[in-house]
Design a binder for this molecule. Structure first.
Ligand SMILES: [Zn+2]
Length: 344
């Protein structure tokens, strides 16, 4: 069936300012403006975000942490070695988390509803009580907890940002109702995301890490999806799929060392749309994370929006032609750690 796509975006995301030369620069929001305007001209609904509420944030963040971030209002503060605020950042971070919540609300409002939230700052490094790695509030975690509180029994989060989403993993690591799946460069910032990190307590098996050595190509990600991610999602049977969509594994990205093409981001998104169509009537919310090359970001966002809009496209994986066993190595480590919990 055709899917209806909604974008959630505001030009105000550019108001979160970082120091000169910082990769999480406001120009990323301007790229998102252009993408949103292009899709609007094609008839796709673009809606402005509203701020996440205290109740929504408290599901995954400490009250004391919310107070500390609110106290940065009107000030430029260095929160950690990579993470800064400008006077508007608190308000903008509330809008970014709110956009992720709205994406989930839209996805849950009817079958074949998908939403793409074009936000900054990103969120997946933000811990319950700590800003980290350019992230203030963990928007995807807030959105997943919101979905759980509003009738979704099981939520799958798939994070293809090049960095491991330490915050998202930690927030849900003992929760069997929220599956967290991540592909990431490893070893690399933030240091977490080894294959042996599988969750704890009742959540054991519901954290799925695919650590990939630097230099991974399209075929490595295809291997990880085919051998681990798709089988686990088929067995988990989510009621909603949320994607932490970072584009910093792109071959053009200046931060990391992966070699994904733009077409691979379309293929990963198409695979996940296929999961949503088979498991949960197409309910899918995609929220941006990193992605620091502006040209790669624009092209990848367009490719993802194209994949979410209209009739389901087949997952067409591109061929890099580069011989690499990074995918197979990650799959072997992940299946070894996860075979007590899932059939491969
Ligand atoms: Zn990243």
């Amino acid at each position: 069936m055709p899917m209806s796509l909604t974008l959630i975006h505001t030009e105000r995301f550019a108001e979160h300012q970082t120091p000169p030369g910082h990769p999480e620069r406001p120009e990323r929001a301007e790229v998102m403006d252009v993408v949103a305007a292009r899709w609007k001209s094609r008839g796709v609904e673009v809606i402005p975000p509203s701020a996440a509420t205290r109740e929504q944030l408290l599901r995954v963040h400490d009250g004391d942490y919310l107070r500390r971030i609110s106290e940065t209002t009107g000030r430029a503060v260095k929160l950690d070695p990579d993470t800064y605020t400008s006077p508007e950042s608190h308000e903008i971070a509330l809008l970014a988390a709110g956009a992720a919540v709205q994406a989930v609300d839209h996805a849950l409002s009817g079958p074949q509803h998908s939403a793409l939230a074009l936000v900054r700052p990103p969120g997946h490094h933000a811990e319950r009580d700590r800003a980290m790695g350019f992230c203030l509030f963990n928007g995807v975690a807030v959105a997943a907890a919101h979905a759980r509180a509003n009738g979704a029994a099981k939520v799958a989060i798939v994070d293809y940002d090049v960095h491991h989403g330490n915050g998202t993993q930690h927030i849900f690591e003992d929760d069997p109702h929220v599956l967290y799946v991540s592909t990431h460069q490893f070893p690399y910032y933030p240091g977490t995301g080894a294959a042996g990190e599988v969750g704890r307590g009742a959540g054991a098996g519901f954290t799925v890490n695919l650590p990939l050595e630097v230099g991974a190509v399209d075929e490595d990600y295809q291997t990880a999806f085919a051998a681990v991610i798709l089988p686990v999602l088929a067995q988990f049977k989510p009621d909603l799929v949320i994607v932490s969509a970072g584009f910093d594994a792109h071959e053009r990205d200046p931060l990391a060392g992966m070699r994904l093409s733009t077409a691979a981001f379309a293929a990963m998104t198409a695979e996940l749309r296929g999961v949503a169509e088979r498991q949960c009537q197409g309910r899918m919310a995609v929220v941006t994370e990193g992605g620091y090359d502006l040209q790669a970001l624009a092209a990848s966002l367009d490719a993802v929006a194209e994949t979410l809009n209209g009739l389901p496209p087949p997952a067409r994986w591109p061929r890099s032609g580069v011989a690499s066993d990074r995918g197979r190595t990650a799959v072997e480590a992940a299946t070894r750690a996860l075979s007590p919990y899932w059939r491969f």
